[in-house]
Structure formats: structure tokens, C-alpha cells
Design a protein around this ligand. Structure first.
Ligand code: UFG
Length: 330
């Protein structure tokens, strides 16, 4: 029997795929390559398929005797979701409906879901635990929450068990630098910072230095992508053991300001990184820091790469490696 990973050509999906294949698991990947990279899938069984194509998805479930799903395939840019909510409801919410329907028809009853801290919106308290109210402030978070609720009711009615993993700020790359964070266009802080030492940009724009934090810039909780991958492995095995549905936060439980991230990147790269402070980006909460106590207590999740320096070092090695490969090809 095989595990299906949707969105396995994307950033977190490809790292999770690598983690599972190294553990000897047979995996089938589905990705429509809208934002994913085919080369990130390497030699896993791959289908260039949109999960909203239920007929083809159903065939694939039957052909590969799918036992469970890890679901990453979704759009995930907050700003884009504000200007094109239709795209987010269609791909994320309707996509989930199609996937769950095909699972139901094939009697597949286990799903690990890629959720986000964006479901909380402005947090009531820091650190944020899973019982913080869920009040998303953008369509991206809203659609991820709707997907969580859909899984809940599919559990109640059809017994499909789920683990929803609410990531804080995913960052870093696998240590061999073969895959990493590569969004086009890039909107995330760490890869944008690294574009300066790579010579692709001349400065980093900092979105506001008037927040109520120690240096005025926003605080975020950066978590290494391979630590996220190991959490998916624990969550999937938890479901295979026949356990109940759960929602878990995944964060480092440490917050860093934007200036602290930039200073760490200067140290790691040995380069100057000029900064220009501009206005706040709308919708950015001042501070987001996770409590990951629940998953640590329930699944014994252990972070292996919690230092910010290590996270940025791995991101940096990937970016250099990728640029070199790209230069060789062109
Ligand atoms: N930032 C800058 N300059 C930039 C880019 C980002 O100052 O050029 C700042 C942002 O204002 C924010 C921090 O750096 O304070 C991190 O920004 P990212 O865009 O890297 O990440 P976000 O915290 O906005 O978003 C992340 C995930 C989303 C998820 C969200 C949950 O990328 O998918 O956390 O709150 F929805």
C-alpha cells in the first residue's frame, strides 16, 4: 500500500517526501506544478495532476492502493489571497472537497493536513496554543480553517481521521541542499534576505519598525522544514495506529524580530545586507510565537534544528547550490 502526497513538488511537500522515502515508505506524488518543481520529486512515482480532477484522482487511488494521504496541495500566499479569494476558495476548499470525496469512495480514512498559524489571525495570547480562537484575517487563513472544519465533519460522518498541522514560519532546507524554498515570486523573509548576498537584490525592505516589540520589527517563530517533515511522519504513524483526529501547532517556540533575522543572515553569509525600512504590510500581526507543547507531549516530537543560525545556514547553502546548478544549465 502507498502513501499519497499531494503537493509533493512544493517546498514543505518535497522535504516530507524525502523524509518518508528515506524511511522506506512507498509514496505516490500528485502535483499540478502550478508552484511546485518537478525536479524536487526526484524518482518518486509522480502524476502531474490537479486534485480537482476527481476522475483521474480516483483512478490513481485504485491503481496504487492508497492507504492514506498527506495533503499539501494548496495556494499559500497571504497577499495574493486578499486580491484573488476566488482562486483560494476554488483550489483550497473545493480541492479539499474533491480529495475527501475520492478518499471516501475508496475507503481511505487517514489524512495529515498542512495547515497554518494564519488560522488564528491576531492572537489572544503568546505563546499561541491550539485553543486560541481561530479568527483568520485573510482568505488564505480562512480557507485553511474551512478545510480543517470540513475534515472534522467528514470524520464525524464517515470516520475519516485527520491530523491538522498548523505551521508557523517554515524555513531552511535539507542539509544536502538538493531541495529548498523556491517561490516565484518570492515573498518570504529569509529567501528575500538571501537574495542580497546572492547579488539578485541590493537591499531588504523591512515592513515597519514601529511595532510594540523590542526593536520595533515583527516577531516570528521560524521552524526548520526538516523538523516539519519529521512531524508529518509522526502524525501519519499516529493515524496508522488507529488514533483519534487532532490539531497540532508546529513551531520552535522562539520568536525573532526581522532585524534579528537579518543580523543572523549577515553572520551566516559574511556579507553586508543593506536594509530600508518601509511602511507596515497590511495584515501582519506584531508577534506570532507557537506553543508546540501539545505535539511534543502527544507524539514526542523533537526539534533537531532549532537554532536560527542553522536554519539560515541551510537556506543559504540551498540558494547557493541552486544558483550554481541554474548557471550550469543556462
Ligand atoms: N518581512 C519584511 N520584509 C519582507 C518580507 C517579510 O519585513 O520583504 C517581514 C514580515 O512583515 C513579517 C516577517 O518578515 O513580519 C515574516 O514574513 P513572511 O512573509 O516571511 O512570513 P509571514 O509571517 O507573513 O507568513 C507566514 C507564512 C504564511 C502564514 C503566516 C501565518 O509564510 O503562509 O506565516 O501567520 F500564513
Amino acid at each position: 500500500m502507498s502513501l499519497l502526497i499531494t503537493g509533493g513538488a512544493g517546498y514543505i511537500g518535497s522535504h516530507t517526501l524525502k523524509y518518508f522515502t528515506e524511511k522506506g515508505k512507498e509514496v505516490v506524488v500528485v502535483d499540478n506544478l502550478e508552484t511546485g518543481h518537478k525536479e524536487f520529486v526526484r524518482d518518486a512515482i509522480f502524476y502531474n495532476l490537479d486534485i480537482r480532477n476527481k476522475i483521474e484522482l480516483d483512478k490513481l487511488f485504485k491503481k496504487h492502493d492508497i492507504e492514506g494521504v498527506i495533503h499539501f496541495a494548496a495556494n499559500s500566499i497571504v497577499g495574493e489571497s486578499m486580491i484573488d479569494p476566488y482562486k483560494y476558495y476554488h483550489n483550497n476548499v473545493y480541492g479539499m472537497l474533491c480529495l475527501l470525496d475520492v478518499m471516501k469512495h475508496n475507503n481511505v480514512k487517514k489524512i495529515v493536513f498542512s495547515s497554518t498559524a494564519a488560522v488564528y489571525g491576531e492572537p489572544r495570547e503568546i505563546p499561541i496554543s491550539e485553543d486560541n480562537p481561530t479568527l483568520p484575517t485573510n482568505p488564505y487563513g480562512e480557507t485553511k480553517l474551512a478545510m480543517e472544519r470540513m475534515m472534522h465533519w467528514f470524520d464525524v460522518a464517515y470516520g475519516i481521521k485527520y491530523v491538522s498541522l498548523r505551521y508557523f514560519n517554515a524555513a531552511g532546507a535539507i542539509e544536502d541542499s538538493s531541495i529548498g524554498e523556491l517561490h516565484i515570486p518570492e515573498t518570504h523573509l529569509i529567501p528575500l534576505i538571501l537574495q542580497v548576498p546572492l547579488g539578485q537584490k541590493d537591499r531588504v525592505y523591512v515592513f515597519g519598525d514601529d511595532y510594540p516589540t523590542k526593536d520595533g520589527t515583527c516577531i516570528r517563530d521560524y521552524v526548520h522544514v526538516m523538523d516539519l517533515a519529521s512531524a508529518h511522519y509522526l502524525a501519519y504513524n499516529y493515524l496508522l495506529e488507529g488514533n483519534e483526529s487532532q490539531v497540532f501547532n508546529l513551531g520552535n517556540e522562539i520568536g525573532y524580530t526581522v532585524f534579528e533575522v537579518i543580523n543572523t543572515a549577515k553572520k551566516v553569509t559574511g556579507c553586508k545586507i543593506p536594509v530600508e525600512v518601509i511602511g507596515r504590510r497590511s495584515g501582519d500581526p506584531a508577534a506570532l510565537i507557537a506553543s508546540s507543547k501539545k505535539i511534543k507531549d502527544t507524539l514526542n516530537w523533537e526539534l533537531k534544528y532549532s537554532s536560527l543560525e542553522k536554519i539560515i545556514k541551510d537556506a543559504w547553502e540551498f540558494q547557493k547550490n541552486y544558483i550554481n546548478k541554474w548557471k550550469e544549465r543556462n
